[in-house]
Design a protein around this ligand. Structure first.
Ligand code: GDP
Ligand code: ZN
Length: 304
């Protein structure tokens, strides 16, 4: 039978199937092959005890993606949460996470949260920059502001919009601590009356009580990875010489660079620099590219 690993508690796996959730260990052979099942794996199981829902993992299907920390596979979309205010938007981190998305070859949604705190609506500028590149940007208020009725409607629209964009994906959230990831996930669960059992479970285990990752099904074929204690993905797997490929709006301009292997930093006759001049590429995005490039290069050097 086919199933999806939704949780791993010290190598005892919870596997969701059409016939319910089973608990399973992995066959010994996986150890020999030096492969360990992880949350997100699609697996084939053999049922050992139907009554007590015990099974054993026979086979791991090929993974579309694999992330080392936190250990997860087959994620199809990252939800990159940025806070409009308190803490202020960290766009350097956002660009790193977006590069990681392109590196993995998956999808991204950018969520601008805490828009209620941004009275001057400065988030609008951020929204424009990333929408122009082609990313989906959603404004949200995650926190329930019961005392401000007009905000309550905006909140509901934002959460619905986010939910709609999660559909059909295995989603993981990323963003600095304090930007509102946990509050957003809880807000989505609140909407899901039918999964009430699941909601209370999530709240009960709290934020720091466990390090185990869990996939929650919020809709058919739609999952949210709950990753306690985790905030952002480590991008050091990306080679600095490849970074330009993962800046989505750079792609079309690279062919105008005079030099093959142009880094777009010190070279003359660079397509990226021309694109900045005629307004096709955002200057600040480019500045952050240079920063990330240098950081990755430094890391690479220190490896040797
Ligand atoms: P996480 O570390 O990313 O999971 O952030 P949390 O979800 O724990 O949120 C951090 C703090 O920000 C909490 O005190 C939340 O109540 C608050 N918060 C989250 N979203 C919003 C929002 O949209 N507006 C406001 N005003 N506060 C928020
Ligand atoms: Zn160039």
């Amino acid at each position: 039978m086919q199933g999806l690993i939704i949780e791993n508690i010290s190598n005892l796996y919870k596997i969701k199937t059409k016939k319910g959730t089973y608990e399973a260990n992995a066959r010994g052979k996986f150890k020999k092959e030096e492969i360990t099942p992880v949350v997100g794996d699609k697996v084939e199981i053999q049922i050992l005890d139907e009554e007590n829902k015990k099974a054993v993992i026979e086979k791991i299907q090929e993974r579309t993606t694999y992330i080392k920390r936190p250990k997860m596979s087959n994620i199809t979309q990252l939800v990159l949460v940025v806070s409009s205010k308190n803490p202020k938007p960290d766009l350097l981190l956002l660009d790193k996470q977006l590069a990681f998305v392109e590196f993995l070859g998956i999808k991204a949604i950018i969520v601008l949260n805490k828009t209620d705190l941004d009275k001057k609506k400065e988030f609008e500028k951020i929204k424009e920059v990333y929408q122009n590149i082609g990313y989906t940007v959603i404004e949200t208020i995650a926190k329930d502001l019961e005392d401000i009725p007009e905000k309550s409607e905006i909140r509901s629209i934002g959460i619905h919009n986010l939910e709609k964009n999660l559909k059909g994906n295995i989603n993981a959230f990323s963003g600095n601590s304090g930007v509102g990831k946990s509050t957003l996930i809880n807000a989505i669960f609140e909407e899901k009356q039918t999964l009430e059992g699941e909601i209370s479970q999530r709240n009960k285990r709290g934020k720091n009580t466990t390090t185990s990752i869990k996939l929650y099904e919020i809709d058919e074929n739609t999952y949210i990875a709950d990753t306690p204690g985790f905030s952002t993905f480590d991008i050091s797997e990306i080679q600095y010489t490849e970074l330009d490929k993962y800046f989505k709006e750079f792609k079309a301009e690279i062919e105008n660079c005079e030099f093959v292997g142009c880094t777009h930093i010190k070279e003359q006759n660079c397509g990226i620099k021309q694109a900045i001049e005629n307004g096709k590429i955002n200057q600040s995005r480019y500045d952050r590219y240079c920063k990330i490039y240098e950081e990755l290069k430094e890391k690479e050097k220190r490896k040797w």
